[in-house]
Design a protein around this ligand. Structure first.
Ligand SMILES: [Zn+2]
Length: 319
């Protein structure tokens, strides 16, 4: 209730400001000819938001498609866009601290939709070894909760309802919001079902991934992350990291490893070649079309997990 009345007062204030801007055109920024703007932190979220907003609304990612959010540097124009956006949809878990800081600085709290907050996920528990802290492999390593929330179909299904409500509250909803909301939910549930069905035969199997972005998918669909080749997203894997990945390929009897387009593939390909396993691509951020991105990731997972273990009876001899 408190939040609602706060939101109402924020909306009222914005309305009054808008009316004043109309009355006093000389005093306002020349933004009236621009379409309403919705910013999403990472590109795949754009595809989930677009069907819910009015066709006149521009939906744009802060971090462009295909670019890793880790270490992403905001352009000066990003601050202006953040300030004028009607709604800013953030993951709400630490991906790139500079983005979180910019949002805190220039976006009014009523315009922020934080996925972590809305889903009751403790952002502070989400740990992404990106910059400062290293990765200690010596003890059974502790992983924080995976901040790549958008890669978990189950969480995205939970998000649809509150997202549609937030879009409606900002007055930018598609005229047929309820129909499109049901359609989106059905699309997400179909992807979730495909992951469940197609990964079920591989229950308990381990995947070796490039960086630590697929832990939520693994947890939800009965897989395990055997090892991460690049434990600190901002730096190339060390010889120790590579040795651990090679060991994990053997220990988990993997037939493939998974690389990501945002990072150099040279070192992962070398350990795959040495181990005689195939290389497939999982992409955390490659497209604004979430559904297609996730379909491609599922195909890669199924193909990689179907690869025979080197040295097993059905493995082809390495040439
Ligand atoms: Zn990441």
């Amino acid at each position: 209730m408190k939040i609602n009345s706060f939101r109402t007062s924020v909306t009222l204030a914005a309305l009054i400001a808008g009316v004043l801007a109309l009355l006093l055109p000389g005093c306002s920024e020349p933004a009236s000819d621009q379409p309403p703007l919705v910013l999403v932190e990472v590109a795949p979220l754009a595809g989930l938001v677009r069907p819910l907003v009015d066709p006149s609304v521009e939906v744009r990612p802060i971090v462009p498609a295909g670019v890793s959010p880790h270490g992403y540097q905001l352009a000066p124009s990003d601050a202006a866009d953040l300030a004028r956006a009607t709604l800013v949809i953030t993951v709400g878990a630490p991906l790139e601290p500079a983005i979180n800081r910019a949002i805190d600085r220039v976006v009014e709290p009523g315009s922020v939709f934080s996925i972590a907050d809305v889903l009751g996920i403790d952002a502070a528990a989400c740990d992404h070894p990106g910059h400062a802290h290293g990765h200690d492999h010596s003890e059974g390593h502790e992983h924080g909760a995976d901040p790549h929330l958008w890669l978990d179909p189950g969480l995205m299904i939970e998000m649809v309802e509150p997202l549609a409500d937030a879009i409606e509250a900002r007055g930018i909803a598609h005229p047929q919001l309820s129909g499109y909301r049901s359609q989106l939910a059905a699309g997400l549930e179909s992807i979730d079902g495909s992951f469940r069905r197609q990964l079920e035969p591989f229950a308990g199997r381990a995947i070796i991934t490039h960086h630590d972005a697929f832990r939520r998918i693994a947890d939800r669909y009965g897989l395990e992350v055997g090892e991460v080749i690049r434990p600190v997203s901002s730096v190339e894997p060390t010889p120790g990291d590579l040795a651990l990945a090679a060991e994990a390929i053997r220990d988990h009897q993997a037939g493939a490893i998974f690389i990501e387009p945002q990072f150099s593939d040279a070192l992962p390909r070398r350990i795959a070649e040495q181990a005689g396993v195939k290389v497939y691509t999982l992409d955390p951020v490659g497209s604004e079309d979430w559904i297609n991105l996730m379909r491609a990731n599922l195909r890669a997972l199924v193909a990689g997990l179907s690869e025979p273990v080197p040295g097993s009876a059905d493995a082809e001899p390495q040439g």
